[in-house]
Write a protein that binds this ligand. Structure first.
Ligand code: PLP
Length: 396
């Protein structure tokens, strides 16, 4: 047994998440722990809820961080809303849509899957056709930003189609929140969940969620009790709800919540629109650099996420070796392909605090050096300049 403290290496996190955490967030984590029912903490919780409402663009009172990672947020949405026998149309165009399907089935529901193409947005026409064939459907679930491929779906259109068919919408906004517009109220997203570790620049382990009025009505009028005690929103509201009389539900991760609060304060200071614009501009610069290296994107331009760039690996290079060398020689983490894209693509994240020009230029330069030394035939000496030039010319 070792008694040495653990000092992790200082990496640059440009994979699918976690992404780099702001030093301000790391500093906030070390503030004094207080009781989760301390009056000062109760006041802090109200401020945190308001900041989350700002990030989600909602006035939903039931907006809060779930004490657990994005997967717990996902599960919280499904266990609260889906009852045994319910039909849920699940749009699947990557790994995380598959997890939604599993959640529906574990809740005793029937999942009708709209099978999409990996690397493409969810097909709105296919959703419309499926809903026409399943008038019994109660919910439509989709992933707004599919981290496994880098595809961005048109959440506003999908939600509109779902509502016209009389369904409520469950949307995964784990990778979208803070990086591209997420308009919970304007799009009428009934239940959404996100994650702290992507474009919010915070440490992993918390999942912001928001339930709209139609979802709250379902939760409060279920015929069957919610099978999860921990995630039952009727109980969680006793702690996170508004007004006096907050009572113990579970011991909140007090210091982790300080971190999320600080991350959201930073987002508020920057302004959501500016954060979206920052992700767009740096994505364009990264794209210019990668394309100058001869690398191509998996997702068509109109459906691409700025914060998750999936690129096809060049012929003849060893996936694991390139990623290991980036990590060891440059302290730079990029992501491997997942599921159907495993071994075929790299996923380069530009999320939150990690989305800056130093990282873009450093990543392009490191990739160029390693690809050349691994024997790939790539143009040399042009990529960094292409990225830099794109950045200079993309200011709006
Ligand atoms: N949904 C999406 C789109 C994700 O990218 C992730 C994580 O990468 C999750 C859900 C699950 O989040 P977590 O790993 O925090 O549990």
């Amino acid at each position: 047994m070792t008694t040495k403290p653990f000092h992790p290496p200082q990496r640059t996190l440009m994979g699918p998440g976690p992404s780099d955490v702001s030093p301000r967030v790391l500093a906030a984590l070390g503030r004094p722990t207080i009781g989760h029912l301390d009056p000062a903490f109760v006041e802090f919780m109200d401020s945190l809820k308001e900041l989350l409402q700002y990030a989600f663009r909602t006035t939903n009172p039931l907006t809060m961080p779930v004490s657990g990672p994005g997967s717990v947020g996902m599960e919280a949405c499904f266990v609260n809303l889906v009852q045994p026998g319910d039909t849920v149309v699940v749009c699947q165009n990557g790994v995380f849509g598959g997890r939604m399907r599993e959640n529906v089935e574990r809740c005793g529901g029937t999942a009708v899957v709209v099978e999409g193409t990996w690397g493409r947005a969810v097909d709105a026409g296919a959703l419309e056709d499926t809903l026409a064939q399943h008038p019994e459907a109660k919910f439509v679930a989709f992933v707004h930003a599919e981290t496994s491929t880098g595809a961005r779906s048109d959440a506003a259109t999908l939600a509109d189609i779902a509502h016209r068919a009389g369904c409520l919408v469950i949307a995964d906004c784990v990778t979208s929140l803070g990086g591209i517009p997420v308009e919970v109220d304007a799009w009428g997203l009934d239940a959404v969940y996100s994650g702290s570790q992507k474009c919010l620049s915070c440490t992993p382990g918390l999942s912001p969620i928001s339930f709209g009025p139609r979802a709250v009505e379902v939760i409060q009028n279920r015929a069957t009790p919610i099978q999860s005690w921990f995630m039952d929103m009727n109980l969680v509201m006793g702690y996170w709800g508004t007004g006096a009389g907050r009572s113990y539900h579970h011991t909140a991760p007090v210091n982790a919540l300080y971190g999320l609060h600080e991350a959201l304060v930073m987002l508020r200071e920057e302004g959501l629109e500016n954060a979206w614009e920052r992700h767009r501009r740096h994505h364009l610069a990264l794209r210019a650099g990668l394309e100058a290296l001869g690398l191509s994107f998996v997702v068509p331009e109109a459906e691409r996420l700025p914060q998750l760039n999936s690129i096809t690996m060049p012929d003849g290079v060893d996936d694991a070796s390139v990623r290991r060398r980036l990590l060891v020689e440059y302290n730079l983490e990029i992501g491997a392909g997942l599921g159907a894209l495993s071994g075929k693509v790299w996923r380069i994240g530009l999320m939150g605090h990690a989305c800056n020009l130093t990282n873009v230029l450093g990543c392009v330069a490191a990739l160029e050096t390693i690809l050349v030394s691994e024997g790939a035939s790539v143009p040399t000496g042009v990529a960094v300049e292409a990225a830099r030039r794109s950045f200079a010319s993309s200011a709006t």
